[in-house]
Design a protein around this ligand. Structure first.
Ligand SMILES: Cc1ncc(COP(=O)(O)O)c(C=O)c1O
Length: 391
């Protein structure tokens, strides 16, 4: 019913993913599969909601109505059986600005914060910019599947460890951490007085047949020892709208976070577009979301078949979530710099290179599948030609 095959005019697409890369490289012929948003229109419900704000023509400070909270609470219950109340919800302009308030409020300068690499490079940047010590615990690859390495995580804990940032579903390989792992992590963190910041921004992008469990919904212990960051941004393609949620069932965590917002007055007069897009996403976009994930799944299967037939040595990992494919090009034996050149200069395509995402990322790339299949096919054909020309 929704047309994900439509190739939108490039000038209508996100400027960070397309325009800035074309400007940076001076190459108008590029195909861009990097930045984490999608080359699709948002759901019609979101477009209508934003249109009605525009039609009113008044863009003053908004008020969060009950319908806004009902949409969030209803979505989390409907999809994940996570039951929360209005008092547990705070806001930010997006996930990483909320990391700042959480880290500043709940940890001390010089504290150590653990997260699993490879992961979105901003984790490290935010932690270190906030004068905390970033401790990377690499994921382990077992029989072609990425897993949390509990031995490494345990060995990384010191008396200075006060926070663990979980990325679930995990960017870049689209893993959903299973309930047993989450329970083990909650126990380990609780025993060591480590607060879990659970970044669940990709929670709405679940492959058909898979399911997602928010960490805080697991148990009372998980709920009281965690703070969750989530938003409509990635799942409903509204990353430019700038509105996100910070949720904790621990009243102290939420009140500490809200106090932090006083530092920059961020709690006052939020984005009117953010409120309306969030409400429409969470209350009225389920059907769009289901079709989107069928399409992304189709893109992944297309990519897998294409690689199997044409570039069988590329390593590929089955995602359970997100719109990313995580691919291993180490068989080429190229340095990271040469791999960047192969993609950017020879194939004229932009992807996210794994070495930027921390330990374990070298020689890998993250390919964003949030695009029409015809564009994906063009990109793969360019890659095949560039690799063949190297032989
Ligand atoms: C794991 C993760 N968290 C948070 C963000 C930031 O999301 P947003 O800008 O929508 O708040 C990203 C963006 O790529 C991400 O990959």
């Amino acid at each position: 019913m929704y047309d994900f095959d439509e190739v939108l005019d490039r000038t209508q697409l996100s400027t960070s993913k397309w325009e800035s890369e074309i400007f940076r490289t001076g190459n108008k012929n590029l195909l861009c599969f990097g930045t984490a948003d999608m080359d699709f229109k948002s759901s019609p419900a979101i477009i209508d909601a934003l249109q009605s704000v525009v039609d009113k023509g008044h863009f003053g400070y908004p008020y969060k109505r009950d319908s806004y909270y009902d949409a969030i609470i209803g979505y989390l219950d409907r999809h994940f059986s996570w039951k929360i109340s209005k008092e547990m919800i705070a806001n930010s302009v997006s996930i990483y600005p909320s990391f700042q308030g959480i880290i500043e409020g709940l940890t001390e300068e010089g504290d150590e914060i653990i997260f699993n690499s490879p992961v979105h490079h901003i984790f490290k940047e935010v932690v270190t910019a906030n004068k905390r010590v970033a401790v990377e615990s690499p994921l382990k690859l077992v029989d072609g599947e990425y897993q949390l390495d509990f031995n490494h995580i345990k060995a990384s804990i010191t008396p200075k460890t006060s926070m663990y940032i979980l990325c679930n579903p995990h960017n870049p390989m689209g893993r959903i951490w299973n309930q047993d792992d989450l329970i083990q992590l909650v126990d380990l963190c609780a025993e060591n007085n480590i607060i879990i910041l659970s970044d669940e921004v990709y929670a709405g992008l679940i492959y058909p047949g898979e399911s997602f469990t928010p960490l805080a919904s697991l148990s009372e212990k998980a709920a009281m020892n965690s703070i969750t960051c989530i938003s409509a941004s990635k799942s409903f393609n509204v990353t430019g709208i700038k509105h996100s949620l910070v949720i904790s069932e621990n009243p102290e965590f939420i009140s500490v976070y809200k106090e932090q917002l006083k530092k920059n007055n961020e709690y006052y007069g939020e984005s009117i577009f953010g409120h309306h897009a969030t409400e429409a996403a969470f209350s009225n976009s389920d059907e769009w979301s289901n079709e989107l994930m069928e399409y992304i799944n189709g893109n992944f299967n297309f990519l897998k078949e294409y690689l199997k037939t044409n570039l069988p040595d590329v390593g590929i990992f089955q995602p359970q979530s997100t719109y990313f494919a995580w691919l291993d090009f180490n068989y080429l034996g190229l340095s990271d710099n040469d791999l960047v050149n192969l993609f950017e200069k020879e194939a004229e395509i932009i992807v996210t290179h794994g070495y930027v995402l921390g330990e374990g990322g070298s020689g890998f790339i993250r390919w964003n599948l949030g695009c029409p299949r015809s564009v994906l096919k063009m990109g793969l054909e360019r890659l095949k030609t560039a690799i063949e020309n190297k032989k």
